[in-house]
Design a protein around this ligand. Structure first.
Ligand SMILES: *Cc1c(COP(=O)(O)O)cnc(C)c1O
Length: 707
């Protein structure tokens, strides 16, 4: 990095710790230095600081406003590091170490190595563990080719581009071995050895270790193993998962770490079990004892009932790619394959994880019930209720997801320390102290910001696609803060049914173009590059958005990511969620909407049945089952439109003195009843008390020097 004046020299330190991602001051400081560069670098302080002109630094070092803010940030940082944590206060005696393995992580827009909710949830898990002082280290992959950026082309199709992440431009540092050179871990894949470099990323109190095969000692094929998230073919995927699971355990050992609890976040990371089995194999224990030992310290969280979300590899591929490892286990190839044998022929990573974890959970109560059903064929001797799957319902990192304007409101009415007391339901009753007008005006500020953001996004790609000026003008003209605005942004997996609301064009036209009560719908989301049906939905929405009657009423925002999410989740009026029940394991975006005063309108799937009380949002249909998909979609469509036409839109537009009193009362009810529970602090406390603590203690008792 360049020379930063000494007075503000600690900017470097701040930029190197992802703690900055949930501090508003970082953004303000960088924008004061150079707003345009801050945008151009995708809010990446490391990259930003490398590119900033030295004169800007000099100027800032003399600017009292800058210095003020800078010192406030430093003070907060120092405070964060020295405060006594929840863990220290409640568990002063315990000395656990939890290792958390996840194939994707969504921490910030400048690190685009997440595909959707799973990754963001993992990111929020790490952030909250750090906030509470839970002793946990993360293990994942440094995907230098990242997850793709989305562009919408002139024909309305999604195109994928893979930006290169350069380690020197992101907040990572290479881990060093005892001899002071880079730590490199050998991982056996097939008959070869692949070498893996380890990077450290700091997230407040949490250390995250990232594996990377893109180093000169590997051949070009091997270097690509850790290239793209969810890229490549089956062979790349299994190699990636071997690097993550097996390489990850080896990396922690090389760093001298001895986790007492191992958390597998989704089946992709399940090979960690194999490496731990191998570690214990040499220790003259019976095989069943070895398995029992591994199990007692392992936690597995399953995240989806959708089959495509579960990795199943061909048995031949598994035997080939794990050949060296299998030879070191006291198992025949057949016995090895049995570790991952599910219903079908393949090697099922979920099964591997499931059968080696004493603690298994789904991510909402409903999802745990559904998972029991899915796993029941593996347990022919157990009734469904007896299958050992519990639930920890997902939550979100409130400091990351609460808009600054809403945070100000909370500071004023809930108290400056609201974030520290976030899991206390009594605190949130104070929401009712916020004057209606103040809440409404805050929402309007956020809505305007969102609309400006959407207009700029849409303008940019329509212009790039050489769309005629009149079309662009007509679209932008209709995007106004006075119009009731629905948001729908998530991965375009078909079960999420982005197009449910678009089923009947005539009825849609009437709803959106109502003379007194117009409605806009803003969509955003990526479809996996191999998911053709998902891409077709995007194409249909992009086409619809150009139809005369729907211009500006149906809008698609390009390149959904954490940054886009923050605008839509705080500036729309209604957050729509229409998955085909019960396929949405939890869903978390609606929780982010709720903390910003955006009301949910959801199918009773995932987290929503646990949250709704009839007044804090809207529920589409009932908790029911249908004979087939088309009847299911038809019924849900009817319920959705009935709700919008009869209840939601009239409620929003029923205003006295410019205030929709009834709507605001729903907003307050939502704020008072949802965020206190659906936050990741409550979530990780639950993980800690239900799983980490018992698993860790059992490990303790068993500690007889042999392992
Ligand atoms: C929260 C979030 C998700 C997950 O949303 P769901 O409602 O669970 O589908 C996906 N992508 C981004 C960028 C998010 O912020």
């Amino acid at each position: 990095m360049m020379n930063i004046p000494q007075r503000i020299g600690q900017m470097k330190e701040i930029a190197s710790d992802l703690w900055f991602t949930w501090q508003r001051e970082t953004e303000k400081l960088c924008a004061m230095l150079d707003r345009q560069l801050w945008t151009e670098t995708n809010h990446n302080p490391t990259k930003f600081m490398r590119r900033l002109y030295p004169q800007r630094w000099e100027k800032a070092a003399l600017n009292p406003e800058f210095l003020n803010l800078y010192h406030r940030l430093l003070e907060k940082y120092a405070q964060y590091q020295k405060e006594k944590t929840w863990y220290q206060q409640n568990y002063p005696e315990s000395n656990l170490l939890i290792a958390y393995f996840s194939a994707e992580l969504g921490l910030h827009e400048s690190l685009p190595v997440y595909g959707g909710g799973l990754g963001i949830l993992a990111g929020d898990h790490l952030k909250s563990c750090g906030d509470l002082g839970i002793p946990l280290v993360g293990v994942s992959i440094l995907y230098k080719n990242s997850y793709f950026k989305q562009k919408i082309n002139r024909d309305g199709w999604q195109e994928a581009a893979y930006p290169m992440l350069k380690p020197e431009e992101i907040p990572v540092t290479p881990c060093l071995g005892l001899d002071g050179t880079y730590l490199i871990i050998p991982v056996e894949i097939g008959e070869k050895t692949v070498y893996t470099k380890i990077w450290l990323q700091k997230i407040g109190r949490i250390k995250l270790y990232l594996l990377d095969t893109d180093i000169p000692s590997n051949n070009p094929e091997e270097r690509k193993i850790t290239g793209q998230l969810y890229g490549g073919d089956e062979k790349t995927r299994i190699a990636q998962e071997i690097v993550l699971g097996i390489g990850g355990v080896k990396a922690l050992r090389a760093l001298g770490l001895k986790p007492s609890v191992w958390h597998i976040n989704e089946g992709h990371a399940a090979f960690l079990v194999i490496e731990r089995l191998r570690e214990l194999t040499n220790q003259s224990l019976s095989w069943s004892r070895v398995v029992q030992e591994i199990k007692s310290r392992t936690v597995f969280t399953t995240h989806t009932p959708v089959p495509a979300g579960h990795d199943i590899f061909p048995p031949e591929l598994v035997l080939d790619y794990l050949s060296q490892i299998i030879r070191q286990l006291p198992l025949t190839p057949e016995e090895f394959l049995a570790l991952g044998r599910g219903e079908g022929h393949g090697f099922n990573m979920t099964k591997l994880a499931f059968s080696h974890s004493a603690y298994v959970n789904g991510v909402s109560r409903l999802h745990a019930r559904v998972s029991k059903k899915i796993f029941s064929p593996m347990y022919p001797h157990l009734t469904e209720e007896k299958i050992p799957i519990s639930s920890v319902t997902n939550g979100v990192h409130l400091a990351t997801w609460t808009a600054p304007e809403i945070n100000d409101l909370f500071c004023k009415y809930l108290g400056e320390d609201w974030i520290k007391r976030q899991t206390d339901p009594r605190l949130w009753k104070k929401i009712h102290l916020i004057p209606d007008r103040e809440l409404w005006e805050t929402h309007q500020v956020l809505k305007k910001k969102m609309i400006n953001f959407v207009r700029a996004n849409v303008y940019r790609y329509l212009k790039r696609n050489l769309e005629p000026a009149f079309l662009i003008r007509e679209i932008l003209k209709k995007l106004k803060p006075e119009v009731f605005t629905i948001g729908f942004a998530r991965r375009f997996a078909t079960y999420k049914r982005a197009d449910l609301i678009l089923k009947d064009w005539e009825r849609l036209d009437k709803l959106l173009n109502h003379p007194e009560r117009p409605v806009n719908i803003i969509f955003a989301g990526k479809a996996h590059p191999a998911d053709r049906p998902g891409q077709e939905i995007i194409k249909r929405i992009s086409d619809l958005a150009k139809e005369e009657r729907f211009r500006g009423r149906v809008v698609f925002v390009e390149d959904y990511d954490i940054h886009v999410a923050r605008y839509l989740l705080s500036g729309t009026d209604l957050w729509l969620n229409t998955p085909r029940r019960p396929l949405e394991a939890s869903g978390t975006s609606g929780q982010k909407a709720a903390v910003n005063g955006v009301l949910n309108c959801s199918i009773p799937d995932g987290w929503w049945p646990e949250a709704t009380n009839g007044k804090n949002g809207f529920t589409i249909g009932k908790e029911e089952e249908f004979p087939n998909e088309s009847i299911h979609d038809e019924k849900n469509h009817q319920s959705l439109f009935h709700l919008l036409e009869e209840k939601i839109v009239p409620c929003y537009y029923h205003q006295t003195n410019g205030l929709p009193k009834k709507w605001i009362s729903h907003m307050k009810e939502s704020l008072a009843t949802i965020p206190w529970y659906f936050n990741s602090e409550r979530m990780v406390q639950e993980y800690f008390e239900k799983f980490y603590l018992p698993a860790g203690n059992r490990a303790h008792i068993n500690k007889d020097g042999s392992f």
